[in-house]
Design a protein around this ligand. Sequence first.
Ligand code: SAH
Length: 351
Amino acid sequence: MTDILDFNLNELKERFKEDGIKPFRAQQVFSWLKNGVFWFSDMKNLGSETQDILNEKYVVGVPGTVQLLQSKDGTKKALLELQDGNIIEAVLMKYEHGYSVCISTQVGCSMGCSFCASTREGLIRNLTPGEMLGEVLAMGKIAGERISNVVLMGAGEPLDNFDNVSKFLSLINSDEILGIGQRHITLSTCGLADRIRDFADLDTQVTLAVSLHETTDEKRKKLMPVAWKYSLKELFSSLEYYQEKTGRRITFEYALVKGINDTREDAVRLKNLLNGIKSHVNLIPVNDTGNVLITRPDPKSVESFREFLSSMGLEVTVRREMGSDISAACGQLKRSYISENAEVPHGGKDQ
Ligand code: SAH
């Protein structure tokens, strides 16, 4: 069955014409979706004839919520089930300026970062544009309010699913459904330099976040296999290209790992690496995912690392920890759910 969320308004109008449905119905369907109504039979103004055709030909690919956890700080984490039974995670965070949703872009991930729980079983499959939009709609319904920000920082490498992610970005940006401004969207990548150039060529105002985590190729290769493919030189040349094209500041994520990348020398190298780049550094005290070699520095060391970077003139913050009491970090919840529910279907491996 075809997921109606995969189409923009014009595409849906064209399809409706072929289906014998009046094109203006597409706008009506979108209005319902925008308001959290996901069943054609509940879309009252469509008429039963249209509803029947839609029920026969389409699904609304909003994933079902199989588990919802709420943290003391208000963060909510959902395990969502896709049409084929695969499970993904999405997180809803409430900030002063509104709700932000962190979505997954793939089922699993092939990047293999040593500290990340989402990549342990490798890549299962890419998410479609409609499935990513479905995550935002599902979380919007849980929030009961408009979503104002979307971050592509859940499981998966967004630039490894380039075409679907680009289409998704245009879908959530369009006013007919969510109208989320590009500047309210952040895409996080582990640093696929070639794809960063392609992303720059899309000429969007979407914020780019780069998972840097290390400051020499040798050290980075130990944490992130992607460093074998793209050197820091190649990565930074693609980032310069991105900045020339878009003029936008780049966020650098730096997961602080005790004894690995948290020394003064690391900080100085980081400062030198970012020279000449409009940047913001986001320090993330690493979350424990069961790898004994990966532990987080104590809060005092984190603060002194931050202060030192700041004294050298970098703009730097420590990521506010949200939802740590509900395994909100990086693939942890899904892993515990899957191991407790071994019969959960895990199809689509061959797609
Ligand atoms: N693949 C993309 C987006 C998903 S990961 C990327 O690599 O950027 C989102 C962020 O969480 C990345 O910065 C990633 O490196 C970080 N991350 C993953 N596991 C983590 C952990 N255990 N502790 C802290 N940060 C982690």
